[in-house]
Write a protein that binds this ligand. Structure first.
Ligand code: UD1
Length: 422
């Protein structure tokens, strides 16, 4: 088996421009949403990443056909999707496969799907998705490791989410657009990709109001048609990763194709740390400085600080003077990567849901493992600031969510390369 690793020689300042790709978590919802139309949809700005390749394979197994118009534009033909059974091994390989529940239920009034996979961040229940489907009239059974959803018809309902869940909000929205009558989701998540998926559904004829607020109203429609070309929003987390890397290397980087409003929680923290941030219409320039102030961060649902930027942010805090803290407010176990950083000399201790980070100590290059997708991004940034050579193993995690990460860092002057070995 080929095992890829990254080799990074650190302490080079990043300089130049980088263009951000389409949002992974938006694309993972938009592609299944196309199934609801039974039509041919053209989608632009689709990130060329492993999670999307796997999702495409799963959708092909259901009868969908894909045509690549160019590297990031695809045409999806879901006219011949004739199976409501998504049970291939691929389903375990990503979290986003759970959107096939809502999409297949909406189209066929039944679905049989495997439990989703995704990063190991502690227990990740899907009880709120199930609560939503049941409220719409579906019977939900767990059999032989599969989730079986069946309904004679779906009828709109009021659903209050007990926890703010991105996945449950989108999944309920997907099923409810083809239900009869009005569905109201209260305590809904407000992430930018929820708005993007709602915009795509509305462009196909759905009637969704309030996406981006905590109350979403969905009036069911009989059919959806792909009338327009949809362009996926820029990836907020990829943008944040490059912004943090620029700050951590004391670089000067223009991060292009971003929506600055989506980056506000990070921008505010960077400025609080004394990083210079210049905002333009669709780009942000980061000018790093060497005298970084310590800050406290708490991850929260949008518009709070995103949990997916928590591991990269920890690396930046290692460069600040004094003690900083990060409190993880979303997932129960998202500090596993810290053990790897300790090999590089990082001084971080974990107290329950809080990481206490002692800044101002140099990191030294070491062999480290990416333990999940965003932990992988943190490993790369750690390598970029460390003295000497860092080897990052388990690169496939990074491939799941970052398009051409190595090439993008190389174009900013980083000394990073990928090696495949047996
Ligand atoms: C999505 C993102 C992930 C991001 C996360 C939070 C995708 C494919 N993944 O994950 O990158 O880190 O949002 O922004 O878009 N919960 C329940 N019951 C449920 C659902 C969730 O208790 O039915 C809990 C989770 O365990 C977690 C919290 O709610 O503690 C938020 O989870 P959620 O927003 O659903 O995250 P995901 O959809 O899994």
């Amino acid at each position: 088996m080929l095992v890829d690793k990254l080799i990074i020689r650190g302490q080079k300042r990043l300089k130049g421009e980088v263009t951000i790709s389409g949002a992974k978590n938006a694309a993972l919802g938009v592609l299944p949403a196309a199934i609801l139309s039974g039509d041919v949809c053209t989608i632009e700005n689709v990130p060329d990443i492993l999670d999307i390749k796997i999702l495409r394979r799963i959708m092909e197994s259901l009868g969908a056909r894909f045509e690549d118009i160019d590297k990031n534009t695809i045409r999806i033909d879901t006219r011949n999707v004739n199976s409501y059974k998504a049970t291939t091994n691929d389903m375990h390989k990503l979290r986003g496969s759970y959107y096939l529940m809502g999409a297949l239920l909406g189209r066929f009034k039944k679905a049989i799907v495997t439990f989703p996979g995704g990063c190991n961040l502690g227990v990740r229940p899907i009880d709120q998705h199930i609560k939503g489907f049941e409220a719409l009239g579906a019977k939900v059974e767990i059999q032989h490791g599969y989730i079986k959803l069946t309904a004679n018809k779906l009828v709109g309902a009021s659903i209050y989410l007990d926890v703010v869940s991105v996945g449950a909000t989108i999944n309920i929205m997907l099923a409810a657009v083809r239900a009869e009558g009005l569905t109201i989701i209260e305590n809904a998540a407000k992430e930018p990709h929820i708005v993007d998926i709602a915009n795509f559904l509305n462009a196909m004829g759905a009637d969704i109001k309030g996406a981006g607020t905590d109350v979403i109203r969905i009036r069911g429609v009989k059919e959806l048609k792909c009338n327009v070309v949809h362009s996926i929003i820029p990836d907020q987390i990829e943008a944040g990763t490059f912004m943090i890397a620029a700050a951590a290397t004391e670089g000067d980087v223009l991060v292009k194709n971003v929506i600055p409003k989506h980056m506000e929680s990070l921008t505010a923290k960077l400025m609080e740390m004394n990083v210079k941030v210049e905002e333009f219409d669709d780009s942000i320039r980061i000018i790093g400085r060497d005298n970084l102030k310590n800050v406290n961060i708490k991850t929260l649902p949008y518009p709070g600080f995103p949990t997916d930027l928590q591991p990269p942010a920890a690396i930046l805090l290692l460069k600040a003077e004094g003690i900083s803290t990060i409190t993880e407010g979303i997932f129960e176990n998202r500090f596993q990567y810290i053990e790897e950083l300790r090999r590089m000399g990082a001084k971080i201790r974990v107290e329950g849901r809080m990481a206490v980070i002692e800044g101002g100590h140099k990191l030294t290059g070491a062999p480290i493992k990416a333990l999940d997708l965003r932990a992988g991004a943190a490993c790369v940034i750690a390598g970029l600031i460390a003295e000497g050579e860092t080897e990052v193993f388990n690169v496939h995690y990074i491939d799941r969510g970052y398009e051409n990460m190595v090439e993008k860092f190389q174009s900013l002057g980083a000394d990073i390369r990928r090696i495949s070995s047996n």
